[in-house]
Write a protein that binds this ligand. Structure first.
Ligand code: CTP
Length: 432
């Protein structure tokens, strides 16, 4: 029996998909189709997929030409599948010519000409489901957000709001948006999602206005310095079925979430300590002490939980009174954590988690990482994990929001309200 395999996303199933499946079938007696999982598509930067995995699998099955459907979940899985399923021929479209030649050592590789004038991308563009996106800002810098949204289809940045009309105009021209305003009603008209990046003392009012208008919100952390106000906003958002998400990108990155998952499972035993350093030289000194604290405290809270026994915070200021360096120490019942923040001095960035049975190491820009190492006690070989991700990571946050909205789910479980509160409590703590 000759076994054939082919792969694809098969979004918005179309004639091109049917044709390649039919022709793949003709190459053998048994056809397996690998359909990409949602997380794999997200990981490889394909953020525009419309149909759920289930729908895409159903559509492939409906052709009646397929003997088995499998899910493609990670880079490099093809080699495993070809060996495991004893595949004779891999069939792919001509858009992949040359890309799978390395698999010729395992099976025959055939590239078939694509069906002309049709693709999922074309269909998605025609379907015209565009969600309009607006930005509220105090300055004319987008921090890469405009470019990031371009990678998520179905989202279009329309307008910008600033209290200062000159800033709004400058932003609008710089990033070629449709409109700008310093009038909230005018700005928010027809929008679906708003990203708030203005100063912390203004966020509460903006968020409230957006919730009242039923707009979904992404906002820099924290929503307010006042925990009671944050709680009020979270409650209002829930009442109104509005998504209210913190812009803490690491929570949405696959490598970081995998790292958290491994650290909290028993792979390195019980966690004894977490050590973190973050330095402003990486950000070319553009970040505030608070911005960097958020990233580091989030990692500690995510790893060790919200119930620390005590926290001690120390900052050292320079002659101008600005924070030069900060250190935060956490004591938990069975573990400790230590954060070092270089606000004006340079540190070597790293994050390590030490467990009773090993440790995990993230080097350099660990908050935005695609790579980490797991060292297990008594095991010589280092377990290296790497995950693709593109850009600043903001696109993955928007993608998560899109999935939530599609499923009519308005609460995001990547960072719970309790975790948000715990982070803010530490940020609000004054120096000892
Ligand atoms: N395919 C094809 N002819 C087309 C479109 C796709 O032969 N007009 C093939 C691809 O080459 C691939 C398989 O169908 O082997 C699955 O492709 P997929 O990437 O899911 O479809 P596209 O329409 O190319 O999707 P997109 O526009 O998102 O890239």
């Amino acid at each position: 029996m000759k076994k054939v395999i082919t792969y694809g996303t098969f979004d918005l199933f179309h004639q091109g998909h049917y044709n390649i499946i039919k022709r793949a079938r003709e190459y053998g007696d048994y056809l397996i189709v690998g359909v990409t999982s949602e997380s794999y598509d997200i990981e490889r930067g394909k953020l525009s997929v419309h149909d759920s995995l289930l729908t895409r699998i159903e559509n492939v099955k409906k052709t009646g030409l397929v003997d088995e459907v499998i899910v493609e979940e990670y880079l490099g899985q093809k080699t495993r599948d070809i060996i495991q399923y004893e595949i004779d021929t891999l069939v792919v479209g001509s858009d992949w010519i040359g890309k799978f030649d390395h698999l010729r050592q395992y099976c025959e590789v055939v590239y078939l000409e694509r069906t002309k004038n049709i693709s999922s991308t074309q269909l998605r563009e025609k379907s015209n489901e565009i969600c309009k996106f607006g930005i509220i800002t105090d300055d004319a810098d987008d921090d890469g957000v405009v470019k990031e949204t371009k990678y998520v289809s179905g989202i279009h940045i329309e307008s910008v709001y600033s209290d200062d009309i000159d800033v709004a105009e400058e932003f609008c021209n710089k990033y070629e948006l449709n409109s700008y305003s310093n009038d909230f009603q005018q700005f928010s008209h027809e929008l679906g999602i708003v990203y708030i990046k203005s100063a912390v003392d203004k966020r509460y009012e903006y968020i409230k206005k957006c919730i009242e208008k039923g707009l979904h919100i992404i906002c820099d952390f924290p929503f307010s310095r006042d925990i009671a106000k944050c709680q009020e906003l979270n409650r209002l958002a829930k009442e109104k079925n509005v998504a209210l998400m913190e812009n803490i990108v690491s929570c949405y990155l696959r490598a970081f979430t995998q790292f958290l998952w491994i650290a909290r499972s028993n792979e390195i035993g019980d966690i004894l300590s977490v050590n973190i350093a973050i330095s402003n030289d990486y950000f070319k000194y553009t970040q505030s002490f608070d911005d960097m604290s958020v990233l580091a405290i989030t990692a500690v809270i995510k790893l060790l939980g919200t119930k620390s026994r005590f926290v001690s915070k120390n900052t050292i200021t320079d002659e101008t009174g600005e924070i030069n360096y900060g250190s935060i120490f956490f004591r938990y019942e069975k573990s400790v954590a230590r954060i070092e923040i270089g606000a004006k001095i340079d540190l070597h960035n790293f994050l390590t988690v030490v467990g009773t049975e090993g440790c995990i190491v993230l080097e350099d820009d660990w908050w935005n990482t695609g790579y980490f190492e797991v060292h297990k006690k008594g095991v010589k070989k280092v377990d290296r994990r790497s995950f693709n991700f593109e850009g600043t990571g903001f696109r993955y946050l928007i993608q998560e929001l899109q999935i939530m909205l599609r499923d009519k789910r308005y609460e995001c479980n990547r960072l719970t309200d309790a975790e948000g509160e715990a982070i803010l409590k530490v940020m609000n703590q004054t120096s000892d």
